[in-house]
Design a protein. Structure first.
Lengths: 359, 359
């Protein structure tokens, strides 16, 4: 037995490393990325801006300029605090580290896998309450779980990933007001949703929001933010590793995220494309298509595994969730460009209608 | 009492947030940064290279190209594994997360403050063994501490920060061979040292190395690396947050760190400047100057606090360690350019020789 096998705690040893599928030369509709690259003009401007960055010096410790840019991009009131992370993942981990030994993190299932992973990394208990068949929070089961497990943190993705729906607002409000936990609403998909709890932070001191720029065109930046009451952010900030946001990210994001017009216009295109793709998927009549408030669509497909492979063989990568509990035969497709979506839907159609395929 | 005051564990509440001193328009000799900016030519080339980065897509999950570049820059044998982090800090935290509830981290004091901070963040026990008066590891006290505390992780900075010396190699070897702990040698200052444990990884399965590009010209990148046996890295990698190194860092670092010639030449200049500065500080006769294997010099100064303020008032920021245990009256100066070092030494001289100052 090697040193590390003896040394490492067994619950980490049994984890399978996070697997990222091979995607070179494929149409990537698997990871909720924006399909829109930067324009050459904007790239050139931002690189000019980056030329002045002093890479031999440590970054600005608090990234004040970037914080201000994010406040303007996302209309974050001055009265709230903002904390930056390398992706929401780092902030999820920071929140878990703020908990104490023996504490419990509660969430729902199916939802974003990192809540459970980070609970494991940080040696906390993790509990999840199964969503109802229409992917709604089971309010009574949730209240019961809160009573039994007395969670320190409750993570709720709003809208939810991978199901795409927004949970009932009243149910979430009840969770916030009936629990002593910190409630973390993960609004990664806020740009594609009709509701947000952003302004509710003023009302609920135990409410914390997570957002990211990954789904609005900047997945490569790995920039997430936590929004909460100022005194909450001031305390949580003590757990942030020094200089966590590097100079390249600060300077680049500060420039690029000022382009609110472009970012919003791209989001509008995705919203329109989502509707078109939703209608097209419904029209196949073989698929069960779930309504979405995000930049992806979940659907249940006969022979989902085979369809997934058929799409892959035809150069389109989506996400196969068919082995996830409650998501049997489900696949998730990220909204791409008009052309990408058309290619995707044509392959789906030809899969279920092979006669047409052969024509 | 606010929500967060009730909610947060008390050992975090009592922490004072990491304070970064104001340094605009000052000669920064406080943070072990390289004083050498990129040439305009190299900046222009690297920005051209960066123009092709697809910021709307997630980064390469394993940063394979950058890993290879780092292997070549630091002569890391193929047989070892490499794990990348946002600064060594993220890797120190990852190692702490690999430990189990109740485990102990052991280090020496004074040393890098993040070992103790991260132990606190990750809810582990932390113990440190006091260095001897000449900043050497007290081998017997260390053995005793290992027996009493049975540490899971032992952090040793080699060379040590803030003292600047390299500990006795035989003492470290004894620690490695006599303990079941994972021994983490933090070689942040490797570029300025005459010894390294890099190749010893082949001999000692419980030896892990940390390095960073922060001290060799790229503090703004926040890029650290862990080097260890391949099976160790494979297991630790499970605790790495997905896509932790963003696209900007991967692409920029991959280009910039191929400039091994420039990086080594800059390190040579610092080594020569370190000798000149050391001699000049000794020549003042009022200072006790400690030998250094790093890009900084620690010295004990009469009226250290006043000297620190005098330097600051004259536009030079160094690090005041005078309230650190075992470092009474000690200051730490980072090696800068010839001109910066001269300015620094002239102010020190004028402080102790006010007559000369008035001339």
């Amino acid at each position: 037995m090697s040193f590390i096998d003896n040394w490492l705690r067994s619950d980490i040893k049994v984890i399978n490393a996070y697997h990222v599928p091979y995607s070179a030369d494929m149409v990537k509709l698997d990871a909720m990325e924006s399909p829109f690259p930067l324009s050459d003009e904007l790239t050139s401007q931002y690189l000019d801006y980056l030329a002045d960055a002093q890479l031999n010096r440590y970054p600005s410790p608090n990234a004040d300029e970037l914080q201000q840019t994010l406040r303007e991009l996302m209309d974050i009131p001055d009265e709230f605090g903002v904390l930056l992370g390398n992706g929401s993942d780092e902030l999820i981990q920071l929140l878990a580290l703020a908990c104490d030994t023996g504490d419990t993190i509660l969430s729902v299932a199916p939802s974003f896998v990192m809540y459970g992973m980070v609970a494991k990394f940080t040696r906390l208990n993790y509990q999840s309450v199964a969503l109802t068949n229409d992917f709604e929070i089971d309010a009574d089961a949730m209240q019961k779980a809160i009573q039994i497990h007395n969670p320190k943190l409750i993570f709720i993705a709003y809208p939810n990933n991978p199901t795409g729906n927004m949970f009932n607002r009243a149910t979430i409000e009840r969770i916030i007001t009936s629990s002593k936990a910190m409630i973390v609403l993960d609004e990664a998909y806020y740009a594609y949703a009709t509701d947000s709890f952003l302004t509710d932070i003023a009302k609920y001191p135990n409410l914390v929001l997570l957002r990211t720029v990954s789904k609005i065109g900047f997945a490569g930046l790995r920039l997430g933010l936590l929004i909460a009451a100022k005194d909450t952010v001031k305390q949580l900030d003590k757990l942030r590793l020094p200089y966590n946001i590097n100079t390249l990210t600060q300077v680049s994001a500060n420039f690029l995220l000022q382009e609110k017009g472009i970012i919003n216009a791209n989001a509008s295109i995705i919203l329109a494309q989502r509707q078109i793709l939703f209608d097209a998927l419904v029209k196949t009549k073989v698929l069960k298509v779930y309504p979405s408030q995000a930049n992806f669509i979940l659907f249940k497909a006969p022979n989902a595994n085979i369809l997934f492979g058929f799409l892959r063989d035809n150069g389109i990568l989506i996400k196969n969730l068919s082995t996830t509990k409650q998501l049997t035969d489900c696949l998730r497709v990220t909204i791409g460009t008009l052309k990408q979506n058309q290619k995707f839907i044509n392959i789906v159609k030809s899969f279920y209608n092979p006669t047409r395929r052969r024509k």
